[in-house]
Design a protein around this ligand. Sequence first.
Ligand code: GDP
Ligand code: MG
Length: 304
Amino acid sequence: MGLFKTTAGAMRRSLSRTRSALKGLGTVLLGRQLDASVIDDIERHLLQADVGLAATETIVADLRKRVLAESGVDAQDALHAAIINLLGIPQPLATITDGPMVLLVTGVNGVGKTTSVAKIAHALLADGRSVLLAAADTFRAGAVAQLQVWGERLGIDVISGPPEADPAAVAFDAMDAAIARSVDVLLVDTAGRMHNEKGLMRELVKIRDVIGKRLPDAPHEVLLVLDATQGQNAIAQAEAFRKSVDITGLFLAKLDGSARGGVVLAIADELGLPVKLVGVGERLEDVEVFQPEQFTKALLAHEP
Ligand SMILES: Nc1nc2c(ncn2[C@@H]2O[C@H](COP(=O)(O)OP(=O)(O)O)[C@@H](O)[C@H]2O)c(=O)[nH]1
Ligand SMILES: [Mg+2]
């Protein structure tokens, strides 16, 4: 889907606090050649910015290899290349063939699931796709209403159940509706909290299975929403979710205003799950395709 924008300016703005956490790393490297002391500097800066020990070590090891392989390597270029190596190639969302394509959106409470569902719906609508929403967060009072408000703003229907409905039953009804109406995309919003974590994961598996029974190959994407301001805690959440369901990609919300954008590197190193989309604000338009190249440029930019 070539429907999400990638804006260098928005990415640069979003990473301004993360760049502060990196304490001017981009400037530190300016005009320097890669050597052991520069690598030490890089290591120190990365550790201050929530990149985490494991990803920092991966990057440092990559840089050491570069020093050995070649002399006179530009430090900035080398770090850029090492980060790109770590992040891997961009992985876009699954494409719509003959719909409905089903996206299941998961994540803990407050990370930005419902907002992200609305953002994705908005982008799809702008691309001329028909979209249906499913309000499968039936645990939190007000969650259904919140999605309905977005639905009204976007002019699309929201499938919901009675108060405290079984979320899997809502998903079932939504699948029926999506198929009957031949919509292009069904976005399923889910709860981030249950009475306990086991209950939450069991519910999620049930929702996933109900969707898969109704339509083979669905859900086509299981997007885990993580909150970029939560740093390493986001990694722990991903570990917990992936034990129950196959996560196909991450939506990293709240990259704007986060000083912990370095967590993207930790995610790549520790989880190996692709960040597909990033949230860069609270408005419907504030969603970007994650582009490793652009992210790295913004991370190492000279200006604050
Ligand atoms: N700054 C910023 N705020 C966001 C972003 N995404 C979501 N939020 C805010 O995070 C809060 C929780 O979002 P919500 O979608 O209700 O989270 P949910 O509980 O996971 O469904 C709301 O105040 C959103 O406006 C983002 O990309 N940037
Ligand atoms: Mg929600």
